[in-house]
Design a protein around this ligand. Structure first.
Ligand code: GDP
Length: 195
């Protein structure tokens, strides 16, 4: 059966974990800037403007919280490795992201987005190693699957999984543009949010 869009509504932005409200089960999305995180959140909710797409450093430096109508919250974490912001801001990101990932009580799953066409990058690998070391539950989502030619897909899937030190079956492949994998990811998000 088709999986309907997630019913998400923007609740608030915050810069620190302690400014966030209490919540039910929460899932978070994290990834390198430009990985396709905003496009994916919009595709999951089938709303064009829910999360901003591309080059809005102002908003993307914040922890953005969305309420899920059927319970729980979805968090859009700032993209890491965005080149165009001042050094001071960039230095603060890891601390802010790490603080959230380590201290956020309701957090049940972190979806780590990796660019399906080029990933994982060294920064992605660093993030995954850190999540593993700190035992933060996470799932790798490979984005932009439509950018990989079908003849190259088997090799790309293998390389990406190896680079992430995972089995191929552990990775969720999606294309926000074509919709591939989006329903599967919706189901997965719902599963975690239903506690
Ligand atoms: P963010 O910085 O991670 O939020 O990434 P965005 O959602 O803003 O996307 C970055 C760029 O990748 C934009 O130009 C998007 O149009 C493009 N993009 C995002 N998702 C897809 C996808 O599934 N397929 C393709 N081909 N391009 C995508």
């Amino acid at each position: 059966m088709a999986s309907p869009p997630l019913r998400l509504q923007f609740l608030r932005s915050a810069t620190r974990v302690r400014d966030l409200d209490e919540a039910g089960p929460e899932v978070a999305f994290v990834g390198r800037s430009n990985v396709g995180k905003s496009s994916l959140i919009n595709a999951l909710a089938r709303q064009r403007q829910l999360a901003r797409v591309s080059n809005t450093p102002g908003r993307t430096q914040l922890i953005n919280v969305f309420g899920h109508a059927d319970g729980g919250t979805v968090v859009d974490l700032p993209g890491y490795g965005y080149a165009k912001v001042p050094d001071r801001v960039r230095r603060d990101w890891p601390e802010m992201i790490e603080g959230y990932l380590l201290d956020r009580e309701p957090l049940v799953m972190v979806f780590v987005l990796v660019d399906g066409a080029i990933g994982p990058t060294p920064l992605d690998v660093q993030m995954l190693e850190w999540l593993r070391e700190n035992e933060v539950p996470h799932t790798v989502v490979a984005t932009k699957s439509d950018k990989v030619k079908s003849s190259k897909r088997p090799g790309r899937r293998r390389d990406l999984a190896e680079g992430c030190q995972l089995e191929q079956g552990d990775i969720v492949w999606v294309s926000s543009t074509k919709g591939d994998g989006v329903e599967r990811l919706r189901d997965l998000v719902r599963l975690h949010l239903s506690g």
